[in-house]
Design a protein around this ligand. Structure first.
Ligand SMILES: [Zn+2]
Length: 209
């Protein structure tokens, strides 16, 4: 037992030191994920659920079709989009190198696959001069366009094509709101309301800033 544990810890250290880029900070990622999950749970009931119900009702009464299948996919995309912006932690900040735009958007569109190759050391890291590449309005829009194309491949009905970009962009925006990257009247009030109801996170935020 003791021996197994020792072997495992050696293996783990090897894995960390060899496979994972040294600029990746795991503690920071873990904290961020916790914070985003808190907001997600809170906002789901108040924003996502009403949209989902309206979507089902519109499907039944206006379009006379069953939209449940597309809703399930949209909800998965929503959840995924809440964490997607942070995949830009794999784009290393430097002073003198910039990866091509399509390399960066390949990471955005096919994150699990590209992440696998970067972490496995089989793909050279991505570089940027500007810092967090996916934490901006422009990326929300590009992500929405991509999802619209995916929706148009999956379905013919306009109502179903619309639901993927709506939920995907909503999820992506939620992430940017919590990070403080989207800062308008609506998001300020939303985040304020959330923090008011979640004091542990509020105190952590204050400690950070
Ligand atoms: Zn973030």
């Amino acid at each position: 037992m003791e021996n197994t544990k020792k072997k495992l810890s050696i293996y783990w250290d090897e894995l960390i030191s060899k496979k994972i880029p040294s600029y990746v900070n795991f503690q920071k990622i873990e904290d961020e994920i916790k914070e985003h999950f808190g907001f997600l749970r809170w906002a789901f009931k108040r924003i996502v659920l009403p949209i989902a119900i309206a979507y089902i009702l519109a499907g039944i009464f206006l379009f006379k079709m069953n939209v449940l299948g597309s809703l399930v996919i949209a909800l998965i995309v929503f959840l995924y989009s809440n964490f997607l912006p942070d995949t830009d932690f794999l784009i290393k900040e430097t002073k003198n190198a910039e990866s091509k735009w399509y390399e960066k958007y390949a990471l955005l569109f096919f994150a699990p696959v590209i992440m696998y190759y970067i972490l496995d050391g089989r793909k050279k890291p991505l570089y940027t001069k500007k810092g967090k590449s996916f934490h901006n309005y422009k990326t929300v829009f590009i992500w929405g366009v991509f999802l619209f194309i995916v929706g148009a491949i999956l379905w013919q009905e306009p109502i179903k094509m619309a639901i993927l970009p709506i939920f995907g962009m909503l999820g992506f925006s939620f992430h940017l709101m919590i990070d403080g990257r989207i800062n308008n009247f609506l998001s300020r009030n939303l985040v304020k309301h959330f923090l008011h109801n979640n004091s542990p996170i509020a105190s952590r935020r204050q400690a950070k800033s």
